[in-house]
Design a protein around this ligand. Structure first.
Ligand code: ADP
Ligand code: RBF
Ligand code: MG
Length: 153
């Protein structure tokens, strides 16, 4: 059994400020309540899927889900890198994501260079997987429509 597709929606908050943007890989962070709703089956790791901001164009994305040992209760973070060049930041906007598959578990890296190289490989992997017909189909998922009025937040 699989819990994919997994849909998440929430406002974009300020992250840890670890400078993902400076690495050329900005990650939009979800608030805690969105992270807490994640099913147990979705473990720490890297995932691929689709995303949009304020019901706009749907783009490919990669998501990093991490267990931060410095937080009590093994709280996880959900950081989405949208594979698109945005002209401006979108803090406070509504981010919708549809997760479709797992890429790899979280790893420890001995240098930032290695981490960045691995993330670029993740992005290439995601781009390819999302071209498969069964994944491409979710680009038009009703969830991304503005007409979806059932969301309450
Ligand atoms: P933070 O620590 O606050 O998450 P980042 O350096 O990770 O800071 O930058 C994330 C922010 O960059 C997002 O919240 C968003 O406003 C902006 N941003 C711009 N382009 C993208 C993109 N392609 N994917 C994700 N976030 C982006
Ligand atoms: N950080 C890690 O320590 N290990 C990882 O394996 C890892 N994989 C990532 C994969 C993707 C696609 C992205 C966007 C980030 C990844 N990060 C990883 C970085 C981390 O979650 C976070 O973005 C940085 O710590 C900067 O905030
Ligand atoms: Mg971030």
């Amino acid at each position: 059994m699989s819990c994919f597709p997994y849909c998440a929606v929430g406002r974009v908050i300020k992250g840890f400020g670890r400078g993902s943007k400076e690495l050329g890989i900005p990650t939009a962070n979800y608030p805690e309540d969105v992270v807490e709703r994640l099913p147990q089956e979705i473990q720490g790791g890297v995932y691929y899927g689709w995303a949009n901001v304020d019901n706009g164009t749907v783009f490919k994305m990669v998501m990093s889900i991490g267990n931060n040992p410095y937080y009590k209760n093994e709280k996880r973070s959900m950081e989405t890198h949208i594979i698109h060049k945005f002209e401006e930041d979108f803090y406070g906007s509504t981010l919708k994501t549809v997760m479709l598959g797992f890429i790899r578990p979280m790893k420890n890296f001995s240098s930032l260079d290695e981490l960045v190289t691995e993330i670029h490989a993740d992005i290439a992997h995601a781009k390819e997987k999302l071209e498969l017909p069964e994944n491409l189909a979710h680009k038009d998922n009703k969830f991304f429509d503005e007409s979806d009025k059932k969301l309450s937040f």
